[in-house]
Design a protein. Structure first.
Length: 561
């Protein structure tokens, strides 16, 4: 038998080609950045392309070597987007530092990644100084926003003092005639660290190949459905899993970008939406809860843009939030993902075979699921006895694999705690998948409540409680119980001016749960603690209520037996 070989060109997938495509095909598309003083700065894609190449050339001039890490400590704006493409173009690896972490943790991450240079907003210099002693950067490049002059310095390597550059001055003196660094499509372009709520954060390193494939996925109609006509507002921080990969995809397609900078309060976002109406906005549920509450508290002050759609992830999306947005004419596309999945692994869309078969209420309930797996992402539910059937009932750990799923962590060999023996990523999420491929995230493994030998989903309880009109937020935690091992405690934040008691909340959610699944107690608190990525930080609540004493007369409510 005669063998046959492919006739396709072996052209590597490359971020550099997306950069060049944007500069050549979309020179008039716009990038709008809200600066710390709330003014708006505009750049065309032609401007951005020129500045990005200048950054790459300047980094090469400063001695950047292939594979060197360049950290960023920045809000969402045009210069950060220049780093997204300029650092890899020079052969470096962009490493976004999460500015919401504690300073010593930021310093530990920078040290672990061995970051060589740092690009930092001038308004974030006070934060940088708090962790500067934990990791000595060779060079600090300051993006000037405040109007104050950047005090440049040559640095003293013997004293461990970094050189300091003004970002704009550095771009102005960059050598002309830049040439892209040679690379393979598997070479690294960026890295992010997991949030590290348990144990030390872990580094995930993305490649040209994985990033381009993820970007192509984002353009698909039944995924994010990005297009050149879109106006994209990434509220998700660019230091949080690369803003879910959306900036890369937006540049690939020439979509207009509107960056909110450091102004993420609901009123600020609504003001920006009036000035620069987006067609797509993305953020975590807590951001959108605040937005809806501001709209309801000030009727007539703002209007959400016609045709706006929102991509919501980072935590479970309650049905109440989806319904609230629907009242304002806004569609919600919940998704699921992790830093390890580049990060979008699934997203909701209406499968055509179900249209006409589901009622409006059934569709709203389905929209609160995590959607269907993204193209190129394989998923399975692994139970104690092996893979679970896709029947919507059997639950187990969600495991994934694919070309933009990490297979290891930076500086670590693949371990059995995070990867299966056959190479699947163990996500730590407990989930079920129905016969149509929709994923239901039941909980994180560490947040499941085991009561009398049976499991209770904290996520299901939270979503039901947050559907009450008086409730702003709810987090349900497991606390030790002398009889049932664990029982659920509901921590509730009410809306401003609203009142509700535990008895009313219990009665409100009772029709949706068996009696033994209901929380035995409700605690009303001022706010739910947040992680650095805006998720509910249940570990902090468990610490706060560690000494909780359960009522002595609670019947047989802790077990189905």
């Amino acid at each position: 038998m005669h063998s046959i070989r492919t006739t396709m060109m072996p052209v590597p997938l490359s971020l550099d080609r997306l950069l060049e495509r944007a500069g050549r095909l979309f020179p008039e598309s716009e990038i709008v950045s809200r600066l710390p003083d709330r003014s708006l700065r505009r750049h065309s894609y032609a401007d951005w392309h020129r500045r990005t190449l200048a950054l790459a050339s300047a980094l090469r001039m400063l001695g950047l070597r292939k594979g060197d890490r360049v950290a960023t400590l920045c809000w969402n704006h045009h210069a950060h987007l220049e780093c997204y493409f300029g650092i890899p173009a020079a052969g470096g690896v962009m490493h976004t530092l999460n500015l919401r972490l504690a300073p010593d943790e930021i310093g530990w991450i920078a040290q672990h990644a061995r970051d060589r240079f740092l690009v930092v907003d001038d308004v974030l210099l006070p934060l940088y100084r708090q962790f500067a002693a934990h990791h000595r950067f060779e060079r600090v490049i300051v993006v000037p926003f405040s109007g104050a002059r950047v005090a440049t310095a040559d640095g003293d390597p013997h004293a461990g003092e970094p050189a300091v550059d003004d970002y704009e001055q550095l771009l102005a003196r960059a050598p002309a005639g830049f040439e892209f660094a040679p690379h393979d499509e598997s070479d690294p372009v960026a890295m992010c660290y997991t949030s590290g709520t348990t144990g030390k954060p872990k580094g995930v390193v993305y490649s040209h190949r994985s990033t381009v494939l993820h970007s192509l996925n984002c353009a698909l109609p039944d995924f994010v459905a990005l297009a050149a006509r879109d106006v994209v507002m990434p509220v998700t921080p660019m230091f949080h899993a690369n803003s879910w990969g959306i900036p890369y995809a937006a540049v690939m397609l020439g979509a207009k970008l509107v960056f909110p900078g450091p102004h993420l309060a609901p009123e600020d976002l609504l003001d920006l939406m009036q000035a620069e109406p987006p067609t797509l906005a993305l953020g975590v549920p807590t951001i959108w809860f605040g937005l809806v509450q501001a709209l309801d508290a000030h009727p007539g002050r703002w209007r959400l843009p016609a045709g706006l759609r929102t991509m919501v992830g980072g935590a479970a999306v309650p049905e109440s939030l989806i319904r609230a947005f629907a009242r304002h004419g806004v569609g919600v596309a919940p998704g699921w993902g992790m830093t390890e999945t580049s990060p979008v692994g699934s997203i909701f869309y209406e499968k055509p075979e179900l249209r006409g078969r589901l009622s409006e209420d059934e569709w709203f309930a389905r929209k609160a699921l995590a959607g269907v797996p993204a193209p190129l992402v394989e998923v399975r539910i692994m139970g104690e006895q092996g893979p679970c059937a896709w029947n919507g009932r059997d639950v187990g750990e969600l495991q994934v694999r694919g070309p933009f799923i990490t297979g290891s962590y930076h500086g670590e060999a693949p371990g059995a705690d995070k990867f299966s023996a056959d190479g699947w990523l163990r996500t730590g999420d407990v989930a079920a998948i129905d016969e149509h491929g929709y994923i239901r995230i039941a909980d994180r493994t560490k947040d499941l409540i085991k009561s009398g030998g049976e499991w209770i989903s904290s996520v299901d309880l939270e979503n039901a409680i947050m559907a009450h009109p008086a409730v702003a937020e709810a987090a349900v935690i497991a606390l030790a119980h002398p009889k049932w091992t664990e029982r659920p405690l509901a921590c509730v934040v009410t809306k401003p001016g609203a009142t509700v008691d535990a008895q009313a909340l219990r009665a409100f959610i009772a029709p949706k749960f068996a009696k033994w699944q209901l929380p035995d107690a409700f605690e009303f608190i001022d706010a739910v603690p947040r992680t650095s990525t805006g998720k509910f930080w249940k570990a902090r609540l468990r610490e706060r209520f560690a000494g909780w004493q359960w009522p002595t007369d609670e019947g047989d409510g802790g077990s189905p037996a």
